[in-house]
Design a protein around this ligand. Structure first.
Ligand code: F3S
Length: 755
């Protein structure tokens, strides 16, 4: 499982000259994000300064991380790339396919049986191609990466939007689609638009009930789900140094919820402590040797307004605990206002479940602080009023927390200890009674709370908060309970108050684990066979997509005009569909079933223009495909926000959708569409969204002269015989246009491997 210290030393050996070269071309002091980006240019030392938010740049990431749900498609694609071995250190983590129900002892063996075919595939394909494999139960990808692989100043990509978690250890770590991962594993450069930079200056020190989670809940409230789009968020200041490394991870983790490309912190003592505690003293020593390069230049932090595109300042001394939600992670309510605001909005005040876990908040420190709340509740004669569940972040965290009595404390409060895995966070939660779809409230320490995310019930009001507040609210059973001011009645009828949580940044007795759940790849994988049954429902080998036909696209049908929020969950739902992540045709039966049709306000109900009847989106699209008619999907703002899953791009591609035209895109999804050879277009005039009618026949004109920065035209043929011609923009560069022409980026990689 060992991290690759030689690789890290190589990165550090070049760091100084690369940062100097960058400082020369940029002509001013550098932020940390700039240092890491310029230190990872594919072409070596910088020869020009890149324009933030404009220039596409080729990078050379140090690592790739993949979780089981996305790894299937990433590796099915890699198998098509014609390479014998991955070109950079890569890992697979089995964490998404484990349903939480009765507790780890029962749930994990069941998941291993249910998904044996997928786990065996991932294990063998990892073994063959030189990829480290973390077995089911080993932990959640981002916690395992932070514990084992993240290193200050490194660059990593991962097939999961919360890859950004590794910013807590000073990385630039970015969530991508499987196609991008496939490129990097195949030894190709990875392209990214040079991000803008948001600086967050932290002053003061967390105290009382406030935690690292509250920093990002507050930032999410300020920036909203779109505010970080195209930007790296860099945290700095005395307040940053006062945070633990895993706390920094929590903050970076939820940078995904503000749409940020990633977030990061400069190397400091907390990171050194964490590296040493997780058996990586040699990484700490190597980082110490180039310490000055692993944080922003002092001038930058002294005058941040001059160097960042936007600056936010937060005083940790003044910060209040927050609860964000329901249904969106940027609706931030300080705990002191929750009672009033919940009542005004009709949010159910009774808390039914408190859940601690997810890659956001499942560290030892998180568990220890929440356990301190649980412990005093028991000592003060309080029970819990809500159900209570815990998913430890990794086997190492679980084993250590168990050794130190933290899990016993939770169990004393009648909590269920689920598997070291995503569980409810990804909708893999067999919640009793969820099918009744009753209006109810849950609180959790996760990062996302879109409708239906945790339990599939659209009427579950989910609030995101810190683990310690989850514990307090599960004990109180009341969303409006403020532990700073309120009391609870104990078993003797007395009014008691909960003391602020206390915890250990790192386990006092050190981390321990018996079997971390790691499988090293074969030295020579050439003889390893990867089996995929042709009759499998879970896995399907890929066929290449067809190349562009070389003409404008005419006579397209409107498949759906999606209204409002359309995240990757709406486009390719998770939960029960996760099991088909390795089978493109089967998972395509969930395509856009969560999107709201503008014309009837219903989900999964669109007009089939061939029959005039309303039907499910996938079935309607299959009907168009069957007669060789292409279609177009129209969407609203920030289309495709949420996760990096390329299924949200591959499904429409597989079923014959030719273009997605929206007011604006979330970055990862836009890139994923391009990689799969789709047209990702935006309205030049957003009001043109209103010109799209339900029965329109649509032409896309200008493709024979498709070129960067050159808009295309879309002609809308309405049923009354009238026409509208609207201008649509795109962000394709020359290389991406080649992807479109070839029918997808993979077709080009394969061609090159064969040459
Ligand atoms: Fe898993 Fe939820 Fe994180 S799905 S990777 S725990 S965001």
């Amino acid at each position: 499982m060992a991290f690759d210290i030689e690789m890290i030393k190589k990165v550090y050996a070049n760091f100084s000259s690369r940062v100097d070269a960058a400082r020369n071309v940029v002509g001013k002091p550098l932020t940390l994000a700039e240092k890491i980006l310029y230190a990872h240019l594919w072409d070596g030392n910088a020869t020009k300064a890149f324009v933030r938010g404009t220039d596409y740049v080729d990078f050379a990431p140090d690592r790739v991380a993949m979780q089981d749900a996305t790894a299937q498609m990433a590796l099915l694609q890699f198998m098509q790339a014609g390479r014998p071995k991955v070109a950079v250190p890569s890992t697979v983590h089995c964490d998404h396919l484990i349903t939480a129900k009765e507790g780890a002892d029962i749930d994990l063996p069941r998941a291993k049986t249910e998904s044996a075919e997928v786990f065996d595939f991932l294990s063998s394909v990892s073994n063959k191609y030189g990829i480290g494999f973390w077995k089911p139960g080993a932990g959640i990808i981002h916690q395992v990466v932070l514990e084992n692989y993240a290193f200050p100043g490194g660059m990593m990509i991962g097939t999961d939007s919360h890859t950004v978690n590794a910013g807590g250890l000073g990385m630039v770590a970015i969530g991508v689609g499987g196609a991008d991962a496939c490129d990097v594993m195949a030894g190709l450069p990875w392209e990214l638009k040079f991000p803008k930079l948001i600086g967050v200056k932290l002053t003061g020190k967390l105290n009382g009930w406030t935690s690292a989670k509250d920093v990002i809940l507050k930032v999410a409230g300020i920036l909203t789900v779109k505010g970080g789009t195209g930007s790296i968020v860099e945290y700095f200041g005395e307040g940053a140094k006062n945070l633990s490394c895993t706390g920094k991870g929590t903050i970076c983790n939820m940078g995904a919820e503000i749409g940020a490309t990633t977030s990061t912190f400069g190397y400091d003592d907390s990171m050194e402590r964490y590296l040493r505690a997780t058996n990586r003293a040699d990484v700490a020593d190597a980082a110490n040797a180039i310490k000055g390069h692993l944080t922003g230049d002092p001038e930058v932090y002294a005058n941040p307004e001059q160097y960042f595109d936007q600056v936010i300042e937060i005083d940790l001394n003044e910060l209040e605990p927050y609860l964000n939600g329901p249904f969106t992670p940027d609706l931030a309510t300080p705990i002191s206002k929750m009672k009033e605001i919940a009542a005004a909005n009709g949010w159910p005040s009774k808390v039914e479940w408190g859940l601690i876990g997810s890659c956001t908040n499942s560290s030892y420190e998180d568990l220890s602080r929440a356990a301190s709340v649980a412990k005093q509740a028991i000592a003060k004669g309080l029970g819990k009023k809500a159900e209570f569940g815990i998913n430890p972040g990794s086997e190492q965290v679980r084993y250590t927390a168990n050794r130190d009595g933290l899990l016993e404390t939770f169990e004393d409060l009648d909590a269920t200890i689920f598997t070291n895995a995503c569980g409810p966070c990804i909708g893999m939660w067999d919640r009793v009674g969820a099918e009744k779809q009753e209006k109810n409230t849950i609180v959790h320490s996760f990062n996302r709370n879109f409708a239906k995310r945790a339990d599939g019930n659209p009427n579950t009001y989910a609030f995101v908060t810190s683990p310690e507040l989850v514990a307090a609210l599960a004990i109180a059973g009341d969303l409006g309970f403020n532990p700073i001011t309120d009391t609870l009645t104990n078993d003797k009828g007395e009014q008691v108050k909960l003391d602020p949580p206390v915890g250990d940044e790192l386990p006092v007795k050190g981390y321990a684990v018996e079997d971390a759940g790691y499988q090293a790849p074969a030295e020579d994988g050439s003889k390893v066979e990867v089996l995929v049954s042709p009759t499998s429902h879970r896995l399907q080998l890929l066929d290449p997509f067809a190349a562009w036909e070389g003409t404008d696209l005419k006579g397209l049908k409107l498949l759906i005009k999606a209204k409002g929020k359309c995240t990757t969950d709406h486009i390719s739902m998770a939960g029960p569909w996760l099991k088909f992540r390795g089978h493109l045709d089967n998972i395509s039966n969930n395509m856009l079933i969560g999107a709201v049709n503008f014309f009837n306000d219903k989900t999964d109900s669109v007009k089939n223009q061939l029959t005039g009847e309303y039907g499910a989106v996938p079935a309607t699209q299959r009907a168009y495909k069957a007669v060789g008619i292409g279609s177009i999907v129209v969407g609203d703002e920030n289309y495709g926000e949420g996760s990096s899953r390329e299924h949200a791009a591959m499904e429409p591609r597989h079923l014959g959708v030719r273009a997605v035209l929206v007011k604006s895109f979330a970055r990862i999804h836009e890139t994923n569409l391009k990689k799969q050879g789709m047209l990702a277009l935006t309205f030049a005039d957003k009001d043109d969204y209103n010109k799209i009618k339900e029965d329109d026949i649509i032409d896309i004109i200008g493709l024979t002269e498709f070129a960067p920065n050159k808009p295309l035209n879309v002609v809308l043929h309405h049923t009354d015989g009238s026409e509208d011609t609207i201008v649509v923009n795109h962000s394709y560069n020359d290389q991406q246009i080649e992807w479109f022409k070839a029918g997808g980026a993979l077709n080009i990689i394969r061609r090159e491997a064969a040459a």
